[in-house]
Design a protein around this ligand. Sequence first.
Ligand code: PMP
Length: 303
Amino acid sequence: MGIESELIWMDGELVPYAEAKVHVLSHTLHYGLGVFEGIRAYEQPDGRPGIFRLGPHMRRFVDSAKMVQLKLSHDQAALEAACIETIRANGFTCAYLRPLAFMGAGFMGLGATENPVHTVIATWDWGSYLGEEGMAKGVDVAVSSFTRSHINANLQRAKITGHYVNSIMARYEANLNGFAEAIMLDSNGYVAEGTGENVFVVRDGKVMTPPVTNILGGITRDTVLQILEREGIPVVEQFFGRDALYCADELFMVGSAAEVTPIRSVDRREVGEPGPITKRVQEIYLAGVKGEVEWMRPYITVV
Ligand code: PMP
């Protein structure tokens, strides 16, 4: 399946896929000041689609826009309703949702603030981000030679389109070298995150993950922290270096697109088959998003 759908929501109305176009002089296309989200909807036990953690995703979208001073034309509640409307209009039961806000045409130059801000919500059928095999057996990753931006270079806690050039460089490098994904270090040399995922390390039955200071505060990361807590598995949020990756018992990456993907090697050093904690977290997460875990049900917006 490609990224096609019947209809895309644009500034308050649903337009046919082929007509959802922008002008080449759109400001964001030139300079990268846009904000976006990546959300999944899963088929629920009754056959209806359910959007996972729509509220936190759209709150982050609104927060991202606020951080970069993009004036959205719709508030969080209206945007959530638009996501529901878009899924419904396209008849998807299982889908990926992509809200995006960007500056349109009007003025050029970096000081432009008065261009119209457009918001779109697209949806399409997207399988496993790092592949079915990766989900089952784990993926091979490498520590990137590209550094995550310094905390004062960008607003890394916001999901800004322009940030992703840094991620794409890391992803291309990893793929060219035969790896599925990259892990990025921050400017202090601590493990930051994947190009589009947060990272978890397991050793001696304990889990750690970097704190949300200069990384995206992942919604999946938050869900996984709750899963670990409920399972009674100790977890800490702390900084650590690549050395912790090299002597981990288990490693995994999480994200709305990547879900819970085990890592089987890092820099060609073997981590091994997905371990018990990784498998448990993955199992609960994948069941939970489908409405099969009681406490996670309130996280689902059934469409
Ligand atoms: N970090 C980065 C850089 C990302 O792009 C993503 C994907 N949105 C994540 C982490 C994971 O965030 P979430 O679980 O909210 O999808």
